[in-house]
Every structure is written in C-alpha cells, then in structure tokens.
Design a protein around this ligand. Structure first.
Ligand code: SF4
Length: 321
C-alpha cells in the first residue's frame, strides 16, 4: 500500500491536519513531514503504528524503485525521534487507550542507524508504550498519565511493545549476531528483508547489491550470512521476493536460484510482491532498449505459482506496493 499524500505535522502546537489525523486513526504515523511510501498490508491491519527513524533510503540505487528518488537520505536526530515517540504515545493514549502492540521503524531501512541510538530508541519507546507481561522490565520512569495508561493496558492483558522494520542484506550483516540479539531483547521481533531475488546476477543488474563490482560468489555468501544472523538472533524474518523480476530473460534462474536459497535457509515466513515498474526508472529504460521485458499476466501467475509451491512450510505474508 502506498500512502503518498503529503502532509505536515506541526508538533509545536499539536494541531494535526485532517489528513494526518486520518492516518493516525488508521494506526499510521510517520513522525515527520515526509509521506509514508510503502507499508506491508499485514502491518496495516491494526495494532501497528509507524515511526520514522531516518528519512529516505541510503542505498537508493535499485533501478526498479522510485520510492525515495526525490528524497535526500538523512539521519534524524535522536532528540526528534524521541519527541515523535512522545507525540505518538500521547496520541494513542488519548485515543481511549487504543492498543498499539508494535512500532514499525521507517523509512526504507529502519535499522540503518547507529546501534546505540537504535537501542535507546527501542528502550525509550517501550517506556512510553507500557507493557503488561508478567516479567515487565520497563515499568519505570513514567509520569502520572503514563502510569494510568500502563495500568489500563495491563488490565487489558497487553504485551510488551515490539518492533518491525524493513532492512537490507548489508545492514543485517553490518549489525551481526550480537547486535541483532540486543535488538531482539529490546523487542525487534519482525524483519521485512528486501531480498527481491537470490540470483546474484539479477541483483547486480537491478543494482540491489551495494557494490556492483563485488565478487558474485561473495555476494551469494552474504545472502546466506544474513539469513544465518537473523536465525541466530531468533528474529522472525520475511524475505520479500519480487515476482516477475528480470522478465523472461531471468525467469528460470530467478525462480530456481531463489527457491534453492529459500528452501535451504527455511525462513520463518516469505512474501511475494509482483514487480511494478514505475515510469522514468532505469528498469523501464532497459525495457525500452529491449534488454529486459515484462512478463505477461499468464507468465507472472505461473512464476508466482512456482514460488508458492516451494518446498517450505513457512507462512506467506501479504505485501503490496
Ligand atoms: S528497493 Fe529498497 S533499497 Fe532499493 S532503492 Fe528502493 S527503498 Fe532503497
């Protein structure tokens, strides 16, 4: 789902524009003046709020994607992020204590910020969205209204706040097992992994790999390494596969290499998203030059079927742009 309405959020006087209020009421929150670009459907079904921890996409090179082409990547100051958490907590507290059980960290890669800063953000958010599990470690430092909020949630049997995020293979690797475990301890329990394909040749063509001149075998190893890190950190992760990526030219190898990879790593879940090629992208130019094509509806459905018939038992998660 793409929410591309522009809106502003005058935090100082706490007046929310109508559009933003509407988004907030749907459980959608961005915490900045930037629009939300892409959200998995299962994160919009209630219980999830959205917190922008950086702006745009640091990589911003994938030739099929224009989500952040007009956005200069910026880190956000921790003070602003914490202020957004306060605002968000206050908003939901005022919504008759609507239960929020998860914050999804945005934008393109919500883990792509300094580790200590990320830990502090998760910790702070947990302190502002009180928890109610039996071993609650976070019931400290609330002011009176948050105490009341907590008591209400506790009586409703709520769990500790959890976190989800999109992330990139290289971010997972840069964090490593130890840091991922720390994040898991503080509630990061769901990762949308923007894998797209496990065919490295295709990943290089679409510029998903951060270094297009990198050794292909090494890039392949990195995919397994990233999966191993998430596995060892015990984080539920969902690789997102782009159905139709590479067209007819890559049909066979995209399917066989990606399925072989997924059947090997056995992810806890997976997600299939049909390729959409926006105007003006590098991918569209390759189509115009005849280097790539788009699959027909029948071939797209055939490829989707092949992925759905993979020999893995993991559930499929809805995802749509
Ligand atoms: S697909 Fe993801 S990593 Fe690639 S440019 Fe788009 S937002 Fe960035």
């Amino acid at each position: 789902m793409a929410i591309d309405a522009t809106f502003s959020f005058p935090i100082k006087n706490r007046r929310l524009p109508v559009d933003f209020r509407c988004l907030m009421q749907q459980g959608v929150y961005c915490g900045s003046r930037n629009p939300l670009r892409i959200i998995p459907i299962s994160e919009t079904s209630g219980g999830t709020a959205f917190l922008q921890v950086n702006i745009g996409c640091r990589h911003n090179q994938c030739i099929f994607c224009n989500f952040y082409k007009d956005v200069r990547f910026r880190e956000k100051s921790e003070a602003i992020i914490l202020r957004d958490i306060d605002t968000l907590a206050e908003y939901f507290m005022n919504q008759e204590y609507s239960q929020i059980s998860r914050l999804m960290l945005l934008d393109a890669d919500g883990l792509d910020i300094g580790h200590d800063q990320l830990l502090h953000i998760l910790e702070y958010a947990r302190s502002k969205f009180p928890v109610s599990d039996a071993t609650n470690d976070y019931v400290t430092g609330y002011d009176e209204k948050y105490e009341q909020f907590f008591e209400h949630l506790q009586s409703a049997g709520c769990r500790a706040l959890e976190f989800s995020s999109f992330t990139h293979t290289d971010t997972i690797i840069s964090k490593g097992v130890a840091q991922m475990r720390e994040l898991k301890t503080l509630g990061l329990d769901f990762i949308w992994w923007g894998l797209e394909s496990a065919d490295v040749e295709l990943l290089k063509l679409i510029r998903k790999t951060r270094n297009n001149h990198a050794d292909s075998d090494n890039e392949q190893r990195k995919l397994y390494q990233a999966a191993g890190i998430l596995e060892k950190a015990d984080i539920f992760y969902v690789p997102i596969i782009l159905v139709g990526l590479g067209g007819e030219r890559f049909f066979r190898q995209h399917v066989t290499r990606t399925i072989a990879f997924l059947e090997h790593i056995m992810p806890p879940g997976f997600s299939l998203s049909d390729l959409v090629v926006p105007d003006g992208t590098g991918y569209q130019r390759l189509i115009q030059k005849g280097s790539l094509d788009l699959l027909s509806a029948a071939r797209l459905s055939e490829q989707r079927q092949l992925f759905e018939n993979m020999n893995i038992t993991s559930p499929q998660f809805d995802y749509e742009v």
